[in-house]
Write a protein that binds this ligand. Structure first.
Ligand SMILES: NC(=O)C1=CN([C@@H]2O[C@H](COP(=O)(O)OP(=O)(O)OC[C@H]3O[C@@H](n4cnc5c(N)ncnc54)[C@H](OP(=O)(O)O)[C@@H]3O)[C@@H](O)[C@H]2O)C=CC1
Ligand SMILES: O=C(O)C1=NCCCC1
Length: 369
């Protein structure tokens, strides 16, 4: 029997400690750890050395709660062994702590929640954290914000390595970019804010099927930028434009983030600029993960995924071969050419949730919560 009741970390507590350096470090760690781990099916593969971080991350289960598959319950278990996190997320070794995390996210995706009065978020998640030594349930952590932040963070990491690093080792700090957000729901809103908070963004184009939501996001961002300006800590001036079509939003940009439930393609190859050099974070999961981006874009793109073994389960019919895992690019330093079109096909990994939940738990413990 459990010696004590599991701790509950509320959404408010989680929100208080979430910040980009911390989440980006945890997500980058998970992306790299997945690459180091041989797939379970391949029995000729050696077990990873004891000193190395490794991931056990079976395919997630998907339970439909209606026949249209628009109401789904997913279970996402992961063990991430022997990895390191720093107390401030800045990667400095002096504050690094060695961690192993056994976790399972339970998440629902009910897209019709947006139609309720008042609307509820489409995605709702909790993360169970177990003692990796005894298997006992230690904690239940509100996981909805973690899901949004870690997904956005995976897009940030992908943008850093698949786009910026084409232009040099510090390009993510030096180069200004134009960004398009297609879909201004929960994911699109945080993608927009995070792109501006983590990179130098010159132009931010917003498109949403219901235009008022894009306008609302533009107003919110303008307000945040004004506040940062008044506090003299504005990263740089961002020009924000609400666009009346996805085509208009993506035409002249370097980076596109698309996060909707659309089954039909929202952007086509003819919408992209002629000289290309474009990176796309394809985040949404409609009927299939890759429905939002037209096949003719995939056909000319280099496609990267978060996890190859998950891709084998979830990306049947993807209209292009997969070049590899994002983590392998981070580890190997082999970046796309300047003119390439790249797609980060984001499925979302349980190991990302596990590492971010661990970092959140550490941050809450260090501030005595
Ligand atoms: N890759 C990953 O790790 C994760 C992916 N996701 C996926 O991201 C996507 C967005 O999630 P989230 O932001 O939480 O959802 P929200 O419900 O908050 O937003 C949904 C967005 O999709 C738009 N949309 C829905 N249907 C269509 C359509 N047919 N054509 C055009 N736009 C459409 C909505 O526009 P409107 O305002 O007009 O309704 C809205 O902007 C989902 O597919 C979700 O499954 C979520 C979490 C993790
Ligand atoms: O990774 C996740 O978490 C999710 N991905 C797709 C949609 C539901 C949540």
């Amino acid at each position: 029997m459990n010696s004590r009741s599991p701790v509950f970390y509320s959404a408010d507590a989680v929100r208080r400690v979430l910040n980009w350096p911390m989440v980006n470090e945890a997500v980058e760690t998970a992306l790299k750890a997945v690459v180091a781990t041989p797939t379970i099916q391949d029995d000729k593969q050696q077990a990873p050395p004891y000193s190395q971080s490794h991931v056990s991350q079976p395919a997630r289960s998907v339970t439909s709660a209606n026949k249209e598959h628009s109401k789904m319950l997913l279970t996402m278990p992961a063990f991430v062994g022997n990895y390191r996190l720093t107390s401030n997320g800045m990667g400095d070794d002096s504050s690094a702590v060695s961690c192993s995390t056994l976790a399972c996210k339970v998440v629902t995706s009910f897209r019709s929640n947006q139609l309720l009065q008042p609307p509820l978020p489409s995605i709702s998640a909790n993360i169970l954290l177990f003692d990796p030594g005894t298997g006992e349930l230690n904690a239940i952590m509100a996981g909805t914000d973690i899901t949004t932040w870690r997904t956005v963070s995976a897009s940030l990491v992908a943008t850093k390595y698949l786009f910026f690093r084409r232009f040099g080792p510090h390009a993510e700090r030096e180069l200004a970019i134009n960004v398009a957000i297609v879909g201004c729901g929960v994911q699109g809103q945080l993608h927009a804010a995070a792109m501006c908070a983590n990179f130098k963004v010159n132009q931010l184009n917003l498109y949403n099927r219901t235009e008022s939501k894009a306008q609302q996001l533009a107003n919110q961002l303008e307000e945040q930028i004004l506040k940062a300006d008044n506090n003299c800590n504005a990263p740089n001036k961002v020009n924000i434009k609400v666009c009346s079509s996805a085509r208009e939003a993506v035409q002249q940009v370097d980076v596109i983030c698309v996060a909707t439930y659309s089954k039909e393609a929202l952007i086509q190859a003819s919408d992209l600029r002629d000289k290309r050099s474009v990176h796309i974070n394809a985040v949404g999961a409609g009927e299939v993960h890759f429905g939002e981006v037209a096949a003719d874009i995939y056909e000319e793109s280099l496609v990267y995924v978060d996890c190859m073994s998950n891709a084998e389960h979830e990306l049947h019919g993807l209209p292009a071969p997969i070049v590899g895992e994002l983590g392998a690019v981070i580890i190997g330093g082999s970046y796309p050419t300047e003119q390439a079109v790249t797609i980060f096909q984001s499925m979302g990994m349980a190991s990302e949730d596990a590492c971010v939940a661990e970092a959140v738990q550490m941050a809450l413990a260090s501030c005595g919560k």
